[in-house]
Design a protein around this ligand. Structure first.
Ligand code: 2IT
Length: 445
């Protein structure tokens, strides 16, 4: 029998100072401990101890030359967390806040998320503390070439398939893939999220945001309500926020906020025209990491250095970065009548935020279920590349929708409580965990 406090303190001792990793482990362990304690095979095979330990971590130096001819040095990593279900799969994050702690938490989350997708995907994550902010296109190219020159030794279409994450979009994936091709000369689709001209799946750019809205629709359906007319606040302005705004608008909801490190935009009319939604792509590709220009262009309100959670809405989607929504934010959302917190970024909510949500009785959907549409379509991109074909957008979109519905059903199956309500955190963690754990048992140690 495992005791929660003892397990958590062991992880703390083995991973000193790694707060994010510990937070992610704690959340999953809290949910799955009863399942483990109920299953002698899991106990005998030490699944809990093994699943919290990455298979391996690769750490490397990345040297590149900036536009002034000065040599810059960054650190790069790939955390290959767990490949029981399939090749390591997960994004690369380029952001100054990236540490090994961050990538371990992300690789851990990815393992369970990928299990939920129903596709044969293991979990991994990588990236660098490189900041794309203010960098020229040539600097980004030189950094990507240097990064891939190292990473190339550790990845492959059947071993480890990286993709994008914060700071890594189609442009960066293109540069990284180009360097892979120069060195290996193998068009195996070793990265996903590629531009469509050389193997990228249609709908992959939209997939995370679309998937989040499909999942939210299912959550609402479970309550017997429709998404039409719902007022929504969104944080972030990158790829995930963009897809979410696009799909929310298409489904008849109204998104009134987006945000960046500089503050948030409140657009009372809704971010609901093609021009406004496409402008988000421009903001991202400008490498300035700001949203204020949106206010000037479209006559919306810009609120400096504040988060969007003070705006009264029905549903809140955090789409930016880990721990972006805290306990105070939840109190504010609740006070203003918000009923649903849809965590769309990876571990977007602090532990206090989740505790507060539980206190209020608001409905909470966890990131590893909500945002799994991105990696799911990456899995579909791998299938297309392996069979040397492209699927139509409608085909990919319909598979994505099907997968998100299945993830919702898995949450309901494992998370339904005695009173009939659904604990989506428990549901996602247990469903994701069981499949990985069963595979580990079947494969021995
Ligand atoms: O967090 C994530 O799931 C991603 N950044 C996407 C990973 C992928 O392999 O598409």
């Amino acid at each position: 029998m495992y005791d929660l406090e003892k397990v958590v303190s062991d992880i703390e001792r083995k991973n000193p100072g790694q707060k994010e990793f510990l937070q992610a482990c704690k959340e999953v362990i809290e949910s799955v401990l009863p399942v483990i304690n109920d299953n002698p095979l899991y106990i005998k095979n030490k699944i809990l101890e093994r699943i919290c330990e990455p298979d391996r971590i690769i750490e490397f130096r990345v040297c590149w030359e900036d536009d002034n001819g000065e040599i810059q040095i960054n650190r790069g990593w790939r955390v290959q967390f767990n490949n029981s279900l399939g090749p390591y799969k997960g994004g690369l994050r380029f952001h100054p806040s990236v540490t090994l702690d961050t990538l371990k938490f992300l690789g851990f989350e990815q393992t369970f998320k990928n299990s939920l997708t129903t596709l044969p995907l293991g979990g991994g994550k990588g990236g660098s503390d490189f900041s794309p902010k203010g960098k020229s296109d040539s600097e980004i190219l030189r950094f990507c070439k240097a990064f891939m020159s190292e990473l190339v030794n550790y990845i492959g279409p059947d071993t480890d398939v990286p993709a994008g994450d914060i700071g890594v979009g189609g442009r960066e994936i293109g540069y990284l893939y180009g360097q892979y091709l120069r060195i290996k000369r193998q068009n195996t689709g070793v990265l996903t999220g590629k531009p469509h001209t050389f193997g990228g799946s249609l709908i992959r750019p939209e997939a995370t945001g679309y998937g989040a809205m499909y999942f939210a629709e299912e959550v609402l359906k479970q309550q017997g309500v429709s998404i039409v007319g719902k007022k929504i606040s969104i944080s972030g302005f990158g790829n995930v926020a963009w897809g979410a705004v696009k799909k929310a608008t298409e489904l008849g909801a109204k998104v009134v906020t987006i945000s960046g490190p500089d503050g948030y935009i409140y657009d009372e009319e809704g971010i609901n025209t093609e021009e406004k939604i496409n402008y988000m792509l421009y903001l991202r590709s400008s490498n300035q990491d700001v949203v204020e220009p949106y206010a000037k262009k479209f006559g919306a309100k810009f609120v400096k250095a504040r988060k969007p959670w003070e705006v009264p809405v029905d549903m809140a989607f955090c789409c930016a970065i880990q721990n972006e929504l805290n306990g105070e934010d939840v109190k504010e959302l609740y006070k203003n009548g918000c009923k649903y917190v849809i965590e769309t970024s990876n571990m977007g909510c602090t532990s206090e935020a989740i505790a507060e949500v539980k206190k209020t009785g608001m409905i909470f959907a966890p990131g590893k279920a909500v945002n799994a549409g991105g990696v799911a379509v990456s899995g579909l991109e791998m299938s297309q590349n392996a069979s040397h074909i492209y699927w139509r957008a409608e085909e990919v979109d319909s598979q994505l929708k099907h997968i998100m519905k299945s993830i919702h059903s898995q949450c309901v199956q494992e998370g339904t409580q005695e009173d009939g309500s659904v604990d989506y955190i428990a549901g996602a963690n247990i469903a994701g965990f069981k499949k990985v754990a069963d595979a580990m048992v079947a494969q021995g140690y």
